[in-house]
Design a protein around this ligand. Structure first.
Ligand SMILES: N[C@@H](CCC(=O)N[C@@H](CS)C(=O)NCC(=O)O)C(=O)O
Length: 203
């Protein structure tokens, strides 16, 4: 299978962490949708990455669906629990991680605009509040536990980890660690995992 993506995309990193945890081989094709030679729209009508292209050519998108597909394809290492309640709980963590990434992407894209064309301060406040509330919820729910959900590593940890990593990458001035000591410890533990090390974007 092939994965179309770029190292700067948090959603691509989420998928690559899952591929690494499950030890699934794939061909990584660097594709930036903003570039004129991007092939993303050939496989995904939304023109977004990540896109996973199966060996028979059928595409899978977006990252939530790709993760679900990979979980169904390779049971080891299980990342989404089978029981309904637990599954929804882990998916809730995934929604929080994706939401933090969405708000961070929106801010970092707008900051690339010339100042005269940037969104109003109230818009920035709303995006930052989304991030702050989501981090506070993750911090509360993690508490003193080792893993974000249950007693083992899961997609919930990947969701928190890729979102925090992306915040550090594009908004390094956001001092989330001082208010979120449990998440800071989690990020430290995750940073030693092979799947996080091998997918970390080069500064
Ligand atoms: N919800 C999607 C988000 C994917 C996404 O927004 N990808 C960005 C890169 S970080 C993209 O391809 N943007 C190009 C565009 O929107 O045209 C997912 O989880 O896969």
């Amino acid at each position: 299978m092939k994965l179309l993506g770029s190292p700067g995309s948090p959603y691509v990193r989420k998928v690559r962490i899952v591929l690494a945890e499950k030890r699934i081989d794939y061909e990584y094709i660097i594709d930036r949708p903003s570039s004129p030679d991007s092939r993303a729209a050939e496989f995904n009508p939304l023109g977004k990455i990540p896109v996973l292209v199966r060996d028979d050519g059928r595409p899978v998108y977006d990252s939530v669906v790709i993760v679900e597909y990979l979980e169904g394809l390779v049971a080891e290492l299980r990342l989404i629990p089978l029981s309904f309640d637990e599954r929804i709980e882990v998916k809730r963590w995934e929604a929080l991680g994706d939401g933090i990434a969405d708000a961070t992407v929106a801010i970092s894209h707008d900051l690339r605009e010339p100042e005269s064309r940037r969104k109003l301060p109230a818009w920035y406040d709303r995006q930052r509040q989304k991030i702050q509330r989501s981090l506070a919820t993750m911090e509360r729910d993690l508490g003193s536990r080792e893993f974000c959900h249950g007693g083992a590593f899961s997609l919930a940890d990947i969701a928190a980890g890729f979102a925090l990593g992306y915040l550090d990458q594009v908004m390094p001035d956001t001092d989330w660690r001082s208010e979120s000591s449990a998440l800071a410890r989690l990020a430290q533990r995750l940073s030693t995992r092979e799947s996080f090390i091998t997918t970390k974007p080069v500064a």
